[in-house]
Design a protein around this ligand. Structure first.
Ligand SMILES: Cc1cc2nc3c(=O)[nH]c(=O)nc-3n(C[C@H](O)[C@H](O)[C@H](O)COP(=O)(O)OP(=O)(O)OC[C@H]3O[C@@H](n4cnc5c(N)ncnc54)[C@H](O)[C@@H]3O)c2cc1C
Length: 324
């Protein structure tokens, strides 16, 4: 599989407000290994609309003989997609600051697209992207107005905390952590913007208010549970550890290992059990918003256990990557 020459979608979109399914030429501008089988790649996508944490894009690759393959990838960082609408319009025409997004991909040994993105694609390579896609698996919950390209934070149900203030439980299996990391990063950006706003930084205040840096005001507590195979498979471990330390207890990160536990671990390796899950997540009594992402079977199992434990099904949001 090779990447396209970018010529197919050379003309900039006439209207950015309407169609999120328009293919846009994109360039790989950064790549960094994450685990022995996974890496993050940064795409510059002129004309991409601002993305929300939890959304995904479709990536299209075109072989030399014209064969095309399309796969979906969650955005693991949306912070550089939050340019203004005028920037988006300008970048679509070749000027202005172009939006960037990060994907985090796990290489499947028998896969078609993921081996290319993890092991073959290089900085400077062109691909095509459409999106951002998704309005349900996003944090904070938002409603997108295509006319203004602005997301409004949705109200919470009666009895729940104010919009954007519900505690958040994130649960990821393997590379299913990708969109959840975007949420942790969006929370941190929102916290920083809120701090700056308290100090009178007008730019940060307007960024927070526009939702570009996360919800305005102090962000809610967030707990992240990641199930990975081995210690080497901990995605974003250094950054997540730092964010948890900086959060004064407001962000907590837990890891469980299915095949090999770290030296000195008190828990033996193995798949998480129902009782362990209940112990490692925010209780239903706190009415958390819960986001679960991973393979079909992981999501199915975990979501079922959460509902059995009393979590309101309407507050358990899921994203499935396919696979077993
Ligand atoms: C909304 C959405 C978001 C996604 N986000 C990400 C992401 O952030 N990072 C990421 O790495 N992947 C993500 N995926 C999965 C991704 O789209 C591809 O399915 C994956 O990269 C495999 O593509 P491939 O071409 O390499 O394998 P294929 O050639 O399509 O499939 C190879 C084999 O692996 C199986 N398989 C397919 N997907 C998986 C899987 N996820 N786990 C286990 N087995 C699988 C297939 O059934 C097949 O047997 C996402 C999928 C969706 C629908």
């Amino acid at each position: 599989m090779s990447s396209p020459d970018g010529g197919a979608s050379a003309s900039p979109p006439a209207s950015l407000a309407g169609d999120p399914f328009r293919w846009l030429p994109a360039t790989i501008v950064g790549a960094a290994p994450q685990t022995p089988t996974g890496r993050s790649i940064v795409l510059e996508v002129p004309g991409l609309r601002p993305a929300r944490a939890g959304q995904h894009v479709d990536v299209r690759l075109t072989a030399d003989d014209g064969y095309q393959a399309v796969r979906s990838y969650s955005l693991s960082d949306v912070s550089l997609s939050g340019v203004s609408l005028s920037d988006v319009r300008a970048s679509a025409g070749g000027a202005g600051r172009a939006p960037q997004v990060e994907l985090t991909v796990e290489e499947l040994p028998d896969g078609e697209v993921s081996p290319y993105l993890v092991s073959a694609a290089e900085v400077g390579d062109p691909v095509e992207v459409r999106g951002p896609i998704g309005g349900w698996f996003v944090w904070p919950p938002t409603e997108f107005d295509p006319e203004s390209a602005v997301h409004a934070v949705l109200p919470e149900p009666d009895g729940a905390p104010a919009p954007g203030r519900s505690p958040v439980q994130l649960i990821g299996g393997g590379s299913g952590i990708a969109p959840l990391v975007a949420m942790v990063r969006a929370r941190a950006a929102g916290a920083a913007a809120a701090d700056d706003a308290v100090l009178g930084d007008a730019a940060a205040d307007s960024a927070a208010a526009a939702g570009a840096a996360g919800p305005a005001g102090a962000p809610p507590p967030m707990r992240l549970l990641c199930s990975v195979r081995t210690p080497a498979d901990r995605w974003f471990e250094t950054e997540l550890t730092a964010l948890a330390e900086e959060s004064a207890g407001e962000v907590q990160v837990d890891w469980v290992f299915t095949r090999e536990a770290p030296a000195g671990a008190t828990r033996a390796s193995g798949r998480i059990t129902r009782d362990e899950l209940v112990d490692l997540v925010l209780p239903a009594s706190e009415h958390p918003l819960v986001y679960v992402c991973g393979t079909n079977s992981f999501v199915e199992t975990v979501a079922g256990w959460l509902v059995d434990a009393g979590h309101d099904p309407t507050r358990v949001r899921t994203e499935r990557f396919g696979g077993v």
